[in-house]
Design a protein around this ligand. Structure first.
Ligand code: ARG
Length: 575
């Protein structure tokens, strides 16, 4: 399909203007008021080169380009040339493109196969996979899908928190109070119980903390007994995480977590030393960042053990060497902003120019509303809302709602999973990611609001219209040859314009690491489709008109399904 800004730039271009076609294209605007046309070209910049009043230039251009079949009307208002696209021509171009590209509509190849890493989810093993983790998991997955859609070669990494002093605590607790059966029965909840008990008992007996520290040092030194227990915790935890990933239909290319870098740190620490960046401070080794207004980055503790930031530094270097990424994206909560600033600074001071391609994509907190049946959480106190429970609840509540509705012919067991889980994902991706938000069932599952169920319902509605057409009609819709002049009403035109913009919206969302840009656009499309559906009679007598309208319904359904797919949400045909 032709890009309409290109078409306009080409029509405007004239040697005498002294601007290239691409310079002209850059100047073209989309007026906020539709009365001023679909596109507008401001002539202020030309006034200098042409030594003429901009109004006069605008009127000359308007005169010269009117008559072009692409435009229904070209008008000059003050220094602007306003372009009104011919609606039938536009409908023809856009709908044919969508219906011929199908699943691929919205995708592009601007990434040129360059390597991008998206790191997301990254829960801590032996700890609950709780509602707080949902954001990184779901936002990260959408960012992966967006980058894949615009033509990058994406590797998904789950940087598991499978290392650190807490494993010293966990091992001590397990040895003191643990039982093998209990652990096998319900691993994470059991480990959580031991961990909670450790913190309670350590209040009275601080020597437990020392014991835990010593145990972690042994683990880091690779002592067999400690490593064996740690491995067991890791495997049991992963099995639980995978259950949740399966529900969300999310997978990873690598689970190289923090432990993976334990033998890759010494080299890096030596290099920092050689560069004179490491300073001894009370037995620990730090990089002083005072000059940059930050607290120091602690690289090794006084007992020689490594820290979170040390492992992140090693991970970045490893990834650069191993994947030679064009970009490495870290989808991690804004609570870790300082950590990522310190980490980047250390990489920069070490002389790694590529640190500029490492991008921390932060997001705000999710909290739970008071009245809800889920409460605030604290791992230490053992009050946690498990993500798995949230997803199961979403599915159950959805099934209840569906049973109350008239849902004949719908496989409620299957569809309530797609809708319930889709609703939770959609809610996560609805707001600007940096905003904190409050999770509430009423908002998540509202079938009429700006929600996942609403968009999915719109998709099912379009599917149902298409089911009411005969196979012969659907083939005729795909073959073309009818008059797009039937799709020039305001509601059809608004819908087609939104569909036309999908590929650029996908690019923008990827560029800004902001899936909500696509989510918002998708809500606009769904609302606009529903307006078209209510305003117009689709399955009319006149065959030509019916085919044209069905073509728009088919294109709408395709676009909604594609956009839901990019957000990691299913598009049921019936619900
Ligand atoms: N495991 C960490 C947590 O749960 C998140 C890891 C983020 N990624 C990283 N490269 N530091 O807080």
């Amino acid at each position: 399909m032709k890009d309409f800004k290109d078409i306009i730039a080409n029509a405007i271009y004239d040697e005498a203007l002294g601007l290239s076609e691409s310079e002209i294209r850059e100047l073209i605007e989309i007026p906020s008021d539709e009365k001023m046309g679909d596109y507008a070209f401001p002539c202020f910049r030309l006034a200098k080169t042409m030594r003429k009043a901009p109004q006069m230039i605008a009127s000359e251009i308007a005169e010269r380009v009117s008559g072009n079949e692409v435009f229904a009307k070209v008008e000059n208002v003050n220094a602007y040339v306003n372009f009104f696209i011919d609606r039938a021509f536009f409908a023809d171009q856009v709908i044919k493109e969508v219906n011929s590209r199908g699943d691929a509509y919205g995708r592009s190849d601007i990434g040129e196969g360059r390597k991008v890493i998206v790191e997301y989810s990254s829960p801590n093993i032996a700890k609950p996979f709780h509602i707080g983790h949902i954001r990184s998991t779901v936002i990260g997955n959408a960012i992966y899908k967006l980058y894949d859609a615009v033509g990058f070669d994406v590797t998904r990494i789950n940087h598991l928190g499978d290392y650190g002093t807490q494993f010293g605590k966990m091992i001590v607790a397990y040895r003191k109070w643990g039982s093998e059966e209990e652990l096998a029965h319900d691993p994470i909840k059991t480990l959580l119980k031991y961990y909670t008990r450790f913190h309670q008992e350590a209040k009275a007996d601080p020597s437990l903390e020392d014991e835990a520290r010593e145990t972690f040092v042994k683990l880091e030194a690779g002592e067999a007994a400690e490593v064996e227990l740690w491995k067991k915790f890791r495997e049991l935890s992963l099995a639980e995480f995978n259950r949740v990933y399966d529900m969300l239909d999310i997978s990873f290319d690598s689970y190289a977590g923090e432990s993976f870098y334990s033998d890759k740190m010494p080299r890096f620490i030596d290099e920092l030393k050689e560069k004179g960046l490491l300073i001894k401070s009370e037995g620990a080794q730090i990089v002083d960042l005072e000059e940059y207004g930050m607290s120091p980055a602690m690289i090794t503790k006084s007992d020689g053990s490594s820290l979170y930031v040390t492992r992140d530094i090693a991970a970045a270097v490893y990834r650069k060497e191993h994947y030679d990424f064009y970009k490495c994206i870290y989808v991690v909560a804004s609570q870790q902003n300082l950590h990522f600033k310190q980490w980047k600074k250390v990489l920069e001071l070490r002389g790694y120019e590529w640190q500029k391609d490492c991008i921390h994509v932060p997001f705000g907190l999710v909290s739970l509303s008071d009245g809800d049946d889920i409460k605030m959480m604290s791992t230490r106190e053992g009050t946690v809302v498990f993500l798995e429970d949230v997803l199961n609840t979403a599915v159950e509540k959805t099934a209840e709602i569906m049973r109350e509705k008239n849902t004949e012919g719908v496989d409620i067991d299957e569809v309530s999973k797609e809708v319930g889980i889709g609703a939770v994902i959609f809610q996560e991706l609805s707001n600007n990611r940096i905003k904190d938000y409050v999770f509430s069932w009423d908002k998540v599952l509202n079938f009429d609001g700006e929600t996942g169920p609403y968009v999915q319902y719109t998709h099912a509605r379009a599917s149902s219209v298409l089911r009411n057409a005969s196979d012969e009609e659907i083939s005729a819709v795909k073959a073309g040859g009818y008059d797009f002049g039937h799709l020039t009403s305001d509601s059809a035109y608004t819908l087609i314009k939104l569909i036309y913009r999908v590929p650029e919206v996908v690019i923008e969302a990827a560029d800004k690491y902001e899936p909500s840009i696509l989510t918002r656009h998708l809500i606009d499309i769904a609302q606009s489709f529903n307006k078209f559906y209510h305003d117009e009679h689709i399955l009319v007598e006149d065959r030509d008109e019916r085919l044209a309208k069905l073509a728009l319904v088919l294109a709408s359904r395709t676009v909604i399904a594609n956009c839901l797919g990019l957000l990691g949400i299913k598009a049921p045909e019936r619900m």
